[in-house]
Design a protein around this ligand. Structure first.
Ligand SMILES: [Ca+2]
Length: 375
């Protein structure tokens, strides 16, 4: 037997170094694993952030789309007013219904106090917290030199002062440009003498192709409200020439006159209901009725019937007529100026308006309450 000792070859490297190297490799491996794990975590976090951003963006786009559809569903309208408390109630009902995209409020007022009308409307809008643009228009009728207008600012409410001013654009220019450029047909509520819109028609009759409907408070068959001509109603009597231009413009026109507004009786029970209902709109209604009574001796609120009818078609029944407004002797009291001849459309006579023939008072009050209670 060869007794030579077994030769053990030892590595040149010291043992500790080998261990250190192994440890380093392990650490490197672990670091790599950790780094990989961290990278994966970062990627996951980035993916989650991207997904959250996409979800938020999607929600915003969806909300925007819903709001746009909601706005598109609204009916674009312009309301032409004077200083009456009933004009303000009509506006309030339109606003409270949330069914309209109110493009602007316009006014004309004869007797040269159009600025006063703008002032009281801006204060009213502030009192009600309504956000609307107000445009001042014509300050005298088309032809006549005098007018029956009386500024009766008895609202029973002290409207607050406001720094808000009327828009610089003239009401006629605003009406014309807005209707012409609207991508949806515009509905007009005309609650005052018809001078502003008559001026629009005089400028360009083709504008009516972009009008859906014109709803006018004015006129009467029998019972008017003018001392100078008991068969005439104020809005038509104030500018009969303008009324004829508007009636014959070819648009779809509904006219609601005093024959129906005088049927709306305000009993003590109704008066008390609005006194105690305790909404801003009911306060306005109560004080407008009270103001009317103290100034004119009646509670009539003429203008709200236009918006109420538009919100609930069951309130008014109409009949088609060819309506011609008498324009002779514009500045002579006691003549037929401002009286409407209603002719039934037969043979060659074509109707130019639909006139209010009857009113359903139960539907009227139901609809009135619905929108006055809201706010
Ligand atoms: Ca009015």
């Amino acid at each position: 037997m060869d007794n030579q000792p077994v030769k053990i070859e030892l590595s040149n490297k010291p043992k500790t170094e080998i261990v250190d190297m192994e440890t380093k490799e392990n650490i490197n491996d672990r670091d790599n694993i950790n780094n990989n794990s961290n990278n994966k975590r970062k990627i996951i976090i980035i993916i989650i952030i991207i997904i959250v951003i996409i979800i938020i963006a999607f929600i915003f786009i969806l909300l925007f789309a819903i709001l746009k559809v909601h706005k598109d569903k609204k009916i674009p309208i312009i309301i032409d007013v004077d200083e009456g408390g009933d004009d303000m109630i009509a506006y309030t009902i339109a606003n409270n219904s949330q069914k309209y995209d109110i493009l602007g409020i316009t006014t004309m007022s004869p007797e040269y106090y159009v600025d006063k009308v703008a002032d009281i409307w801006l204060k009213f809008l502030k009192y009600m917290d309504f956000d609307a643009k107000f445009y001042i228009g014509e300050d005298h009728p088309l032809v006549r030199q005098t007018s029956p207008a009386v500024f009766s600012h008895n609202y029973g409410i002290e409207f607050p002062n406001t720094t808000k001013t009327a828009e610089s654009k003239n009401a006629v220019d605003f009406m014309y440009d807005t209707i012409k450029n609207s991508n949806k047909k515009v509905t007009l509520f005309l609650l005052a003498p018809l001078t502003n819109f008559a001026k629009v028609i005089q400028r360009d009759k083709t504008i009516i192709k972009n009008i859906k409907e014109i709803i006018i408070m004015g006129g009467c068959k029998k019972e008017g409200n003018m001392e100078m001509n008991p068969h005439a109603e104020y809005n038509i009597y104030s500018d009969a020439e303008a009324a004829n231009i508007v009636f014959n413009c070819g648009a779809n026109i509904k006219v609601l006159g005093t024959d129906v507004t005088h049927k709306v009786e305000f009993t003590n029970e109704i008066f008390e209901k609005y006194r105690t209902m305790n909404t801003k709109s009911s306060n306005l209604t109560y004080f407008a009725m009270k103001g009317n009574y103290e100034t004119w001796g009646d509670y009539y609120l003429h203008d709200p019937v236009t918006v109420l009818y538009h919100l609930n078609n069951n309130i008014i029944k109409f009949k088609k007529y060819y309506a011609n407004v008498n324009t002779t002797n514009p500045d002579v009291n006691g003549t037929n100026y401002g009286t409407i001849d209603f002719v039934l459309p037969i043979n060659d006579i074509k109707s130019n308006i639909e006139y209010s023939e009857s009113i359903d008072l139960e539907e009227y009050w139901k609809t009135f309450d619905k929108y006055i209670k809201k706010y």
